[in-house]
Design a protein around this ligand. Structure first.
Ligand code: GTP
Ligand code: MG
Length: 137
């Protein structure tokens, strides 16, 4: 479909990169249809990343994602999920292409600046996890 879900992760807020990252998202043609500053609880992060619960980095991931505020947003564009994954780049910023958001703003694979949904189905689930219907425009 034409929507995806993103989070600017706590490191992006800590480093003062909200504006610069939103500028890249805007320049790539994504329209913001929902957005807020929020903080995930431990239970939120465990549920959001439940697919990774058996991974060795799961506890570090939960600690990272709950340590401070995030910017959550729903974005609209044709081919949104795939195009947004291309815009943010590889999970590991050392492997991310030049000009991608993770290449520009991520610190490491464990502090990688931004999330992008990996399927249309997950985009809908993740958007609904963070936003009520009246917060989506
Ligand atoms: P998201 O958009 O955040 O879902 O990232 P992704 O889809 O590119 O990667 P994936 O879903 O495989 O992993 C989710 C998140 O877990 C990553 O974005 C990282 O924050 C973290 N992560 C993944 N692999 C590692 C790892 O090897 N070590 C650590 N510490 N964190 C990892
Ligand atoms: Mg993922």
């Amino acid at each position: 479909t034409n929507r995806t879900f993103t989070m600017l992760k706590p490191d992006s807020i800590e480093k003062g990169n909200i504006g610069a990252i939103l500028e890249k998202i805007n320049a790539a043609g994504f329209k913001i249809v929902a957005m807020k500053l929020t903080q995930m609880t431990e239970n939120d992060a465990k549920a959001f990343y439940a697919v990774h619960k058996e991974r060795p980095f799961f506890n570090d991931l939960v600690t990272y994602m709950t340590r401070g505020p995030i910017v959550a947003a729903i974005l609209e564009k044709s081919n949104a999920v795939e195009d947004f994954r291309a815009l943010i780049g590889a999970t590991n910023p050392e492997e991310a292409a030049e000009g991608t958001i993770r290449k520009l703003f991520a610190t490491s694979i464990s502090e990688n600046a931004i999330h992008g949904s990996d399927s249309d189905e997950n985009a809908a689930i993740e958007g609904a996890f963070h936003f009520a219907g009246r917060e989506v425009f």
